[in-house]
Design a protein around this ligand. Structure first.
Ligand code: GLY
Length: 360
């Protein structure tokens, strides 16, 4: 039986289904729900090769017309040129408002396809089928869509919710280890920001999770999606509560950018979470013992906790100040006040930030 959750957004509410092998039953479910008679699956070339035929078969067997469009794999494709190319191809295929799009892939595919769905013909329905742990626990839920421009990541986009999210945990077996670890950083984030019991679950199930034990993985993903759904339902457009999801991301994004993106997002978030915990301890918001316990779990999952010494600290600071969430030159940090609760503050001194960037 799949885990079924709901993102409660009034008439834009939608379900999240989590199960091993669910890819093969998506067609039947979409046919029953009558979302569209024809779907275009959008995937990068690698994911299209791995899972495209399973998904197309599932759709066609259920009587749904389906085609696939692919684009070159990688963050470099999340741009306005690929967006324009895909838009033209949809128009050439005669896709109309009654048709739908399916994002099959990781965060790049989900963000790009979601933005395409929000904009093409001023909006067509879309479905998320995330295939990386990071996109399964974070980006496929909540309706943030968009592309990068040379001035920065995700600077052009829209809030646009999918009609459903189908999470197939079986696909994690083909995920490179680094990608899995990156996703686990976001998983730990949920425990720290909102759920002490989930944090304890992660401590206790560490070995099983790293071996991709089916039940533990499903429970883990389901809890993350439940927390994300609660937060998004309370604050869809990130004016308040949703900002807590940025725990570890303020310094994390700056580290990611200063490394010229050689440190992948999730690993940078792990480093950023430890840095935020140090800021919380320095401000007497969080007990040293709690901060140590979170850092120990991050480390036990094989994630980094320190900013690599070769990264230029001034460059990291420059990126911190230019973050798109910086307001009037003031950097806001999500700081834990214990395990399971956080607060958002800009009352962090420059000397504390300097000390943390030096790993102290
Ligand atoms: N990934 C953060 C958010 O969806 O708000």
């Amino acid at each position: 039986m799949p885990h079924i959750l709901q993102v409660g957004l009034g008439d834009r509410s939608y379900p999240i289904y989590i199960d091993d092998g669910i890819m093969a039953t998506i067609g039947a479910d979409l046919a029953r729900r009558q979302i569209a008679k024809r779907f275009v699956v959008i995937a990068d070339d690698l994911v299209a090769r791995l899972y495209g035929s399973t998904l197309l078969r599932s759709l066609r067997d259920a009587g749904i017309a389906a085609e696939i469009l692919s684009f070159p794999q990688g963050e470099a494709s999340k741009n306005l040129q690929v967006f324009a190319d895909l838009s033209s191809r949809l128009a050439q295929m005669g896709i109309d408002r009654k048709d739908g799009l399916i994002a099959l892939g990781g965060g790049v595919t989900g963000d790009l396809t979601g933005f395409l769905a929000a904009s093409y013909l001023r909006g067509v329905p879309f479905i998320q089928v995330p295939t990386t742990l990071l996109s399964q626990v974070d980006s496929s839920v909540g309706g943030k869509t968009g592309v990068d421009i040379p001035e920065g990541k995700n600077l052009v986009g829209a809030f646009y919710q999918p009609k459903a999210v189908y999470i197939d945990t079986a696909v994690l077996t083909t995920l490179p280890l680094q990608e899995l670890l990156g996703g686990l950083a976001e998983v730990i984030k949920y425990g720290v920001i909102r759920d002490y019991d989930f944090f304890v679950f992660l401590e206790r199930h560490l070995d099983k999770l790293l071996c991709l034990d089916r039940e533990s993985i499903q429970e883990m993903i389901s809890t993350c999606c439940r927390i994300k759904a609660e937060v998004v339902a309370a604050d869809e457009r990130e004016s308040d509560l949703r900002r807590i999801l940025n725990f570890g991301h303020t310094i994390g994004h700056a580290v990611e950018a200063a490394s010229d993106f050689t440190i992948i997002h999730g690993l940078a978030v792990a480093i950023g979470m430890v840095a935020a915990l140090r800021l919380a301890v320095a401000n007497e918001l969080c007990k040293k013992q709690d901060a140590g316990r979170v850092a120990a779990l991050i480390n036990a999952f094989g994630l980094p906790t320190e900013i690599p010494t070769h990264l230029d600290r001034d460059r990291i600071k420059k990126y911190l100040l230019s973050d798109k969430k910086t307001v009037a030159g003031s950097v806001f940090y999500v700081l834990p006040t214990g395990i399971g609760t956080v607060m958002i503050t800009n009352e962090v001194s420059e000397s504390q930030v300097d000390a943390v960037l030096r790993g102290r």
